[in-house]
Design a protein around this ligand. Structure first.
Ligand SMILES: Nc1ncnc2c1ncn2[C@@H]1O[C@H](COP(=O)(O)OP(=O)(O)O)[C@@H](O)[C@H]1O
Ligand SMILES: [Mg+2]
Length: 364
């Protein structure tokens, strides 16, 4: 087992494109850390640098207590699982699992023991004689995982391993991977573009955008205190509502003047007095728009489209020129065209700088 440390690690591709612009963070020994961000943000580049498949342009990468910048992939004691399973089609499941160990010259008895153990762990023991073509997508993915497992590496690297599976299988495999991690306790770095996968699987999450780290924290901390507008709107489904407007203060009560005579009552928000008159992007999560009595409403948008999903109702709303979405309890399904009085619980709004997108934090 080992920790993985990035110190100002950069990747500049031969064409001059900066894939990763100075990443510094540590994956703790035994941790399951998720790298998440939109396609092209540099997730695979980071992971491939750990694997040794991509040269490091600058900075220091450490696995355990060894700097590995110039260590060959086969000597790094890592195992990687890719989105494309890359199984050998002419080999049986057992042979696929054993192949890497054979190459490394492990003894026959050791190979047999490890293959049996991995097959049991991944419930592949009934299909060891089959070829990959005779397996379901989920089983193929488990063989790909098993091939990494038998190596007993210090660090597991997983690059979008579930992207080829359908939604139902994906959520099942997600739980299996979390279970596997708990059982093995091995350091894992897991790459995904799927924010739900990141939130449910990661003990901590690194959010990336354009080759730059935006924030590193636990899933709930990222959700409750996003460092900037990108993190705020990337994590969470439906995404956080954002309204640009001007903060105004009346005694201890605040409002957001959001144009076209749209005014949101924010109650006693904990903003410093000198934010009065300030232009902000105000973020409100869909679950923080709550049905209210007409007299006690913070806002009263018009219902446009309703999506009842059973356990809850998503209401797409119009407030002046702003489109909003509320996640409502299913007991009363609103009707398109009606005006819906809503309130915002105190302390549940997020304010961001309109220039930089950074979270605005009251000075202590
Ligand atoms: N060999 C390469 N040469 C130039 N640019 C590359 C190369 N490989 C990847 N890139 C670019 O680097 C960026 C990050 O790629 P990648 O790490 O694969 O993103 P992700 O895995 O987050 O989707 C992308 O814009 C991609 O086009
Ligand atoms: Mg990728």
């Amino acid at each position: 087992m080992a920790q993985v440390r990035f110190d100002a690690v950069r990747k500049v591709y031969p064409n001059g494109f900066v894939g990763v612009a100075g990443a510094s963070f540590e994956v703790v020994d035994g941790e399951l850390l998720v790298l998440v961000g939109p396609s092209g943000c540099g997730k695979s580049t980071l992971l491939r640098m750990v694997a040794g498949l991509e040269a490091i342009s600058d900075g220091t990468l450490t696995i355990g207590d060894r700097v590995v910048n110039d260590v060959a992939p086969k000597d790094r004691d890592i195992a990687m699982v890719f989105q494309s399973y890359a199984l050998y089609p002419h080999m049986s499941v057992a042979e696929n699992l054993a192949f890497g160990l054979k190459l490394r010259g492990q003894s026959k008895s050791e190979i047999a023991a490890r293959v049996t153990e991995a097959a049991q762990m991944l419930e592949l023991d009934q299909v060891l004689d089959r070829k990959p073509g005779q397996l379901s997508g989920g089983q193929r993915q488990r063989v790909a995982l098993g091939r990494a497992l038998v190596r007993q590496p210090q660090v597991f690297l997983l690059d979008e391993p579930l992207s080829n599976l359908d939604a139902k299988l994906r959520s099942g495999m997600r739980v299996e991977i979390a279970r596997l991690h708990r059982k093995l306790g091995t350091t894992m770095i897991y790459v995904t573009h799927d924010q739900i996968e990141a939130m449910t699987l990661g003990q901590r999450i690194v959010v990336l955008k354009d080759g730059r780290i935006q924030q590193i924290d636990t899933p709930m901390a990222l959700y409750e205190r996003p460092a900037n507008l990108f993190v705020a709107t990337f994590l969470g489904s439906p995404a956080m509502n954002v309204l640009r407007g001007r903060l105004e203060r009346d005694g201890r009560s605040w409002t957001l003047e959001a144009g076209d005579e749209v005014s949101l009552a924010l109650g006693e928000a904990e903003f410093p007095p000198d934010w009065a008159g300030r232009e902000v992007d105000l973020g409100i999560r869909p679950e923080h728009l709550l049905p209210a009595a007409a007299g006690a409403a913070s806002l009263a948008p018009v219902v446009e489209v309703v999506e009842p999903v059973g356990s809850e109702v998503f209401a797409n709303l119009r407030l002046g020129r702003h489109a909003l979405i509320a996640r409502l309890p299913p007991d009363r399904v609103p009707v398109p065209g009606e005006t819906l009085p809503l309130s915002i619980p105190s302390g549940r709004v997020h304010a961001f700088d309109v220039g930089t997108g950074e979270r605005l934090v009251p000075r202590a």
